[in-house]
Structure formats: C-alpha cells, structure tokens
Design a protein around this ligand. Structure first.
Ligand code: LLP
Length: 420
C-alpha cells in the first residue's frame, strides 16, 4: 500500500482538510518543477493551459521560461493576467483554436497575439481584424490517436484542424490576404505511442516540403502521457525528442534554413502534481457492493465520467493514518446522476476498486488530478467550484478560493413580472 498518499509536498492532507474544508485540489509545486525540468532538453515548451489554467500555475510556468497556449479569449486573458506577453521569439502566448469569437478577435488585435488556425475560415476573419499577427496552420493529417474516442483529434471525423488536402489552398488564401503564415502545427491526440508518433513526424516532414521556404516553426502539439496506473511506465522522453529532432533536421535539409520546434504539453506538466481531496460522507452496502460516497463528483473531476479515465485513489483517516484492511468499493459523488462514479470504465461500466476500508469522515484522495480537473469543473447541481491550493516548502497557498453560492448566482436575474 506504499503507493497510497496522505500528504502533499510534506503537508498532511488531513490538516489541509481541517483548515480549508473539502473538496479541494492541492498541487505540489515541486512536482510541477520536476516535470518542467524533465523537458529541459526541448527547445520550446508551450504549456497547454487548458489542463490547469489557474493564474498562479501560469505564473509558475512563466517563472521557469515556459510559454503558453490559449484556446479561448478567456485563456488569453488569463495568460496576460499571469504576466505573459504575446511578443517575442518564441511568442509568449499563441491562440490555438478552430474558431474565433468576437472576444478572441478583439484581444488578438489589441495585444498582437499570434494565431494557430484550425479552420480555413479563420484566415479571412483574421485578415479583417489583425492582419499583422504571425499565423501558423494546424493541420488535420487525416488520421489521429487518443486515450479515448473523445480525445482523438485527427481523421475525417475530427472537427479539428485544416484538412491536409487544403494546405496549398490555405497558403494561397493567406498570401492573397496579406497574412504572414510561418508555421505548421500537428496535434493528433492525447496519449501518444511511438509507432504512431513516427507516422506523425513523417506527415509533418511531408507538409513542410509542400509549404517550402516560408516555414519557420513546427509544433508537435501536446499529448505526452503520464502514468495514471501505478504500474504504467513513464514515457521515454529521449525517444520522443529524438523522433521530433530527426523530423526537424529533415525539414531543415529540405527547405534550407533552420526551423524552430515547439512541443505543447498540458497533462505532462501538471497532472501528477495534483490531488483532489474529498470527504467520505456515506459508506453503504447495497447487495454485495460497498459504496463510498464523497463530497465531490463529476462537477469537480469529470474525467472518469466523461472518458472512463482511471485515477489511483487513497483513503486517509483524519489523524493522518491509513486504514490497514482493504475492501472492494465503488466510489461515487454527491450528484443526482447515476453516472456520478469515479470508479468506472469507458462506456459507463461501474467497477469496484480495492481500497482501504473507510469510515464516514475519512478523506478520499484522487491522484493525478492536476490536469483537466479544476479546469473542467462545473457548477452542476449548484455545487461551488472547489478550492485550489499550491503547496510548497511545507506551506499551502490558496490559489482559488472555494466559490460561494452568491458567486454562482451573481449573474442570474428574476424578471420583474416574476418577482414575488
Ligand atoms: N495542444 C492542443 C492543440 C490540444 O488540443 C491539447 C489537448 C493539448 C495540446 C494538450 O494535450 P495533453 O498534452 O494535455 O494531452 N480533457 C482531456 C484531454 C483533452 C485534451 C484536448 N486537447 C483529458 O482529461 O484527458
């Protein structure tokens, strides 16, 4: 049971729960810094902030020289608030999306944010709003890969990217519009394997050959996996880097000048730093099954309900000890939905998990919740967004306070005719 957690960065989770209440996300700053250090051999690391977009996390990334990706106007706004500037080589912020909205175009024009276009229609819209910003093209190479069907981002049924056959057309359109198209981007999904990656690298070389001398930057997108199961091995970063370095060299040979290489990980940088801590509020037996019901559900961490994703789970007593006996249990949340279960597989199949025997009042810790946890939370069932804590050197800082009911309701209005 040595994989079970009871602390974050040396601080007892029971003490954090006592002080801040539950549920909360707690991120271990040293783990994020270790993951940043792992990637030191890459020329440019662009954090896909959708994984964990708290401005404190962005400020931490910035302090280590990591640049950032934004997929919405709100994420551009966050990056600016965290002190990023879109200027520079590589640019501090890049907007990557398949569509603009009015807010995004306004921020891009005001701050000169470079754009990675995932749809041909974006070219005209950008030329109208901000013709001077650097442009890259996100290509859908016609195939994809992902840890679940919902994270596969390439192929004929994916909404993402510019269809590979339209590359020349988009380059011509860009030229006619006076845009400066200088890069190519391929993100084909999360959870990459190496055989597949070699195919992706070859596809990039082929696109670069078709684009020619105007190419200055290539981006490998995100998708670096992490070991969600304690039996998973870590990705071989050297092999990953070497495959892309080889593609980069091949491209430089073809076009005759250097090109910059970016990677765009989200999960890799933050997933393992975070736990979601919730309190067990009911332990019940139904037929032969034991259920632990906790005070956080898929409104707080949606990955199991949405993708059938697996997260390791720990149980810890309020005195910080770990129960010795184990039982098979189903872990569910408080939502009024039968799918509000953390122990489920893809397709919604509920399964049991071998876990320490818990009592009401114990804490349940969901591991590797630093990526796509808080950033995908909602207010479903009118449940406040959980607090977020950043823990380092034996001290926790609140980086997002738990929402209040008044926060949730602040923009709702009852029309005069309906007022009592
Ligand atoms: N770049 C682009 C263009 C992306 O669309 C994504 C993820 C990333 C980078 C970062 O991928 P990562 O390195 O984190 O795998 N919510 C899902 C994952 C969906 C990711 C969507 N795009 C999850 O919880 O696994």
């Amino acid at each position: 049971m040595e994989h079970l957690l009871s602390e974050v960065a040396g601080v007892s989770v029971a003490a954090l729960a006592e002080r801040y209440g539950t549920p909360f996300f707690a991120y271990d700053r040293a783990v994020i810094e270790q993951r940043i250090a792992d990637l030191a051999g890459f020329e440019t690391v662009r954090f896909a902030q959708k994984a964990c977009s708290n401005i404190a996390i962005l400020a931490l990334m910035r302090s280590h020289g990591i640049v950032v990706d934004a997929v919405s106007a709100g994420e551009i706004y966050r990056a600016l608030r965290a002190g990023y500037s879109p200027a520079g080589h590589p640019p501090g912020i890049v907007y990557t999306a398949d569509v603009f909205d009015d807010d995004a175009l306004a921020l891009i024009a005001e701050h000169g944010v470079p754009v990675n276009c995932g749809s041909p229609d974006m070219l005209e819209q950008l030329a109208d709003a901000a013709p001077e910003v650097p442009v890259t093209l996100r290509i859908n190479p016609g195939f994809g890969h992902g840890h679940s069907r919902k994270t596969n981002t390439g192929g004929p049924l994916s909404k993402h990217g510019i269809w590979h056959e339209q590359l020349e057309d988009c380059l011509a359109r860009g030229k006619a519009l006076g845009l400066n198209i200088s890069g190519l981007h391929l993100h084909i999904g999360s959870g990459t394997d190496f055989e597949h990656l070699a195919t992706v690298c070859d596809a990039m070389v082929g696109f670069a050959r078709r684009m020619g001398g105007q190419l200055e930057t290539i981006s490998a997108g995100g998708g670096l996996p992490i070991p969600y199961h304690r039996t998973d091995s870590r990705i071989d970063l050297n092999a990953y880097r070497e495959l892309w370095a080889r593609a980069q060299r091949a491209i430089e040979d073809i076009i005759g000048h250097p090109v910059a290489l970016e990677i765009e990980p989200g999960r890799y940088l933050v997933a393992e730093s975070g736990i979601l801590a919730a309190r067990i509020r009911a332990v019940k037996e139904q037929a032969n099954n034991t259920f632990y019901l906790v005070d956080a559900g898929f409104e707080t961490l949606v990955r199991p309900a949405m993708y059938g994703s697996f997260h390791e789970i720990s149980v810890v007593r309020t005195d910080g000890s770990v129960p010795a006996r184990e039982v098979d249990a189903v872990v569910g949340g408080p939502l009024c939905e039968s799918g509000d279960v953390f122990t489920q597989e893809e397709g919604g199949v509920v399964v049991t998990r071998r876990l320490p025997e818990a009592r009401v009042g114990d804490l349940l810790l969901i591991h590797d919740a630093g990526a796509y946890g808080a950033s995908m939370s909602s207010n479903y069932n009118t449940r406040p967004l959980a607090a977020e804590l950043l823990v380092a050197n034996g001290q926790a800082d609140v980086i997002r306070e738990r929402q209040t009911f008044d926060h949730i309701l602040q923009f709702e209005r009852i029309p005069a005719a309906l007022q009592a």
